[in-house]
Design a binder for this molecule. Structure first.
Ligand SMILES: Nc1ncnc2c1ncn2[C@@H]1O[C@H](COP(=O)(O)OP(=O)(O)O)[C@@H](O)[C@H]1O
Ligand SMILES: [Mg+2]
Length: 363
């Protein structure tokens, strides 16, 4: 069931259309992410949900009730920003207890509720410390505990981990997902980091220039992007020029990069016609390379030569060149000890992939 409904919400700053008629529903208990490049309108949309910014038009409903005109302090939600605003003169315990004291909770109930949250964020031992005696990661955990302690309907998080180093961010990802599951609070998370969005979210809205380009589960937006932007923004991607040359039932035949021809099964054929141009998108890790032709009849293969490669640690990214010069990237996993390269420059190889592992994006 939808906890939050965003209906035709628009925001213009000066002449700048920052949020362009966005409509979407967020479900109860979701870890929902707004993902997009800097400046695409994520924070503005989040601030409208929080009530800090008023939409120029459109409505926002929480639990079916129109909250568009409700001031921020009347909304049953909390917001966490990149810069954690803890009260510096209060202990960790008092920071977390703050909203419960304001709501005049019973003292013994406050003690047990705060203890539970501190335990959840593994800060029980730090209850008496002050913010300046904590690391950045610990301070952010206090901010999260404080924001969850009165069980809000929504927790809004705007790039909350971007000040932390990569290792700490990884730890926090695991904790955030656990906290969200344990508390059942609906999270709306903003990030420009695609790997963070993929790892955390139950669903992702990919934003570009004030619009939502695709809204789906992480594995869907990653492997079946709807638009060129989504394919390109969510990590490395081969985006090969393609044209529909035949349609039969729910299958299309594509001519890709002028020399490859294969069939693709489609979930829907809406508006796709013979002659339609666009791109065939396939992630580099879905492309394999062998010295010889593979035997698997399911696979499509194409001759290529090695154009170059980059060592990435967990894999090596190869740039292959098809016979007509079109470049195709393949990420080959470094599963053997110290393996860094599989082929030398200009080596002849046979590329193979399952056409269904990629998707057709209409122009
Ligand atoms: N209060 C404001 N006044 C004028 N322009 C703003 C204001 N807030 C944001 N903007 C502009 O709106 C655009 C989107 O900003 P923002 O929502 O912060 O994007 P994001 O969070 O995706 O980086 C940017 O071009 C930004 O400069
Ligand atoms: Mg922002």
């Amino acid at each position: 069931m939808a906890i939050l409904e965003i209906q035709n919400v628009t925001k213009v700053f000066e002449d700048n259309l920052v949020v362009d008629n966005i409509s979407l529903n967020i479900n109860q208990g979701e870890f929902f992410t707004l993902l997009g490049p800097s400046g695409c309108g994520k924070t503005t949309l989040l601030r409208m949900i929080a009530g800090f910014t008023r939409p120029d038009s459109g409505k926002i409903l929480l639990d079916g009730i129109d909250i568009t005109d409700l001031p921020p302090e009347k909304r049953p939600l909390h917001t966490i920003f990149q810069s954690y605003a803890l009260f510096p003169h209060m202990s960790v315990f008092d920071n977390v207890a703050f909203s419960l004291k304001m709501a005049k909770w019973d003292k013994s109930k406050i003690v047990s509720q705060v203890a539970e949250l501190l335990d959840d964020v593994k800060l029980t031992k730090f209850a008496k410390r002050y913010p300046h005696e904590l690391s950045g990661g610990q301070r952010q955990r206090v901010a999260i505990a404080r924001a969850l302690v009165d069980r809000p309907r929504l927790l809004l998080l705007d790039e909350p981990l971007s000040a932390l180093d990569a290792r700490l961010r990884g730890h926090m990802h695991v904790e955030l997902v656990k906290l969200q599951e344990e508390t059942g609070v609906t999270f709306i998370y903003v990030t420009h980091d695609q790997s963070e969005a993929l790892a955390l979210s139950s669903r992702i809205a990919v934003m570009n220039l004030g619009n939502v380009e695709q809204l789906d589960k992480p594995q869907e937006v990653y492997s079946k992007p709807n638009t060129y932007f989504v394919a390109d923004f969510l990590g490395k991607c081969n985006l090969l020029p393609a044209k529909v040359i035949a349609i039969k039932a729910n299958r299309i035949t594509l001519c890709v990069a002028d020399i490859l021809e294969f069939e693709l099964e489609m979930d829907s054929l809406n508006n796709i016609t013979v002659g339609q141009s666009g791109w065939y998108s396939i992630r580099p890790e879905k492309v394999k390379a062998k010295r010889r032709e593979p035997e698997d009849a399911e696979l499509f293969f194409a001759k290529a030569i090695v154009h170059g490669y980059y060592y990435y640690g967990e894999g090596t990214l190869y740039i292959f060149m098809l016979e007509n010069g079109t470049k195709v990237q393949a990420m080959l996993a470094n599963y053997k000890t110290e393996q860094a390269s599989f082929f030398e420059d200009n080596a002849q190889v046979m590329l193979s992939f399952d056409p269904q592992a990629g998707s057709f994006i209409a122009r």
